[in-house]
Design a protein around this ligand. Sequence first.
Ligand code: ASP
Ligand code: MG
Length: 419
Amino acid sequence: MSLIVQKYGGTSMGSPERIREVARRVERFVKEGHQVVVVVSAMSGETNRLLALAKELNPDPDPRELDVIASTGEQVSIGLLALALHKLGVKAKSCTGFQVRILTDDAYSKARILSIDEENMRRDLATGHVVVVAGFQGIDAKGNITTLGRGGSDTTGVALAAALTADECQIYTDVDGVYTTDPRVCPDARRLDTITFEEMLELASLGSKVLQIRSVEFAGKYKVKLRVLSSFTDVNSTDMGTLITFEEDQNMEQAIISGIAFNRDEAKITVVGVPDRPGVAFAILGPVADANIEVDMIIQNASIEGMTDFSFTVHRNDFKRTMQILESNVKPAIGARAIVGDDKIAKVSLVGIGMRTHAGIASKMFRSLSEERINIQMISTSEIKTSVVVDEKYMELAVRVLHKAFELDKPATEERMKA
Ligand code: ASP
Ligand code: MG
């Protein structure tokens, strides 16, 4: 007998029929003799509906009240799933975050979990209940309701699995696992049986929407065995989805590159003709940071005759504001010649732990792109990631070209490992 935490997302809980399906899947695991804790999201679209409702009454809502409202979607879901389980004759009990006692900090709408009291859940499990816990919500030390950020039910699932030292945390969603890249962009994309936690972390931070990034961080920290699978398969399906592993558990068949991520939400800004002297990078990026704008890639050219160019990327939504800050404050302050911006760019990234040990990945990437005459505008690398900025028009082509060049359509083989 093992203890399993299962998390079902909004589409999995999207209708009474879907909830009945979830109940049947939970029943299957109970019948197999497992103890099951289920974490659920609000029914799909519900959180958006609630937030819109709040903003209709007050365009500048108090974050405390917003969390009171947003958290209700999950409360409905737990009650409904408990009822559906009862209908099947499965003992089940719903619990809000407050009832479990999921303690968070007081950062409304993006609270972090501080501790989880697993005693109540253990007691219910011991009496043969399935415990159905509301995702996304907790309480702070003063008893205020908090939420964990959009997609936060993933984090609830992983955190409960960590607190209960569950044998596995299964995240059920509307895709059947983690893919080498988005199949809508590259039809040859392949479902991965395993991916390392580090790679998953990179993919999540690069904008892959499969898992909330905090849930991956949590899984890494507490070594939670995490699996992504589909709730849209037959309830008796033995499909194992994608397992997120730890590097030390990896067998030799690990591919060099595991996936390709891309992101259209980027914009590039270049400050042209800035003096190359101490304090200039800070003079440019300080005011941007003060405006709470996140900067992603940063490049400074080698200087010629004491002058250089300085480029960086921001989220496309922040593009106009960043340009204004630079034009009005930064340009006069440092005496830059011009501020040039482009919000029609995209970032394409290769991710793979094999980059640590294999040379030539970046050059192969650049060669493949050049063969398609795709111009690379910016490059950045980390230990297990190489990213390029290209014209948005060529993003999808770039993804397909790289997917092919690195043979991501084929399962990892001895040959590819030597490549
Ligand atoms: N219901 C919340 C959201 O839509 C949390 C979640 O689904 O994970 O973001
Ligand atoms: Mg989600």
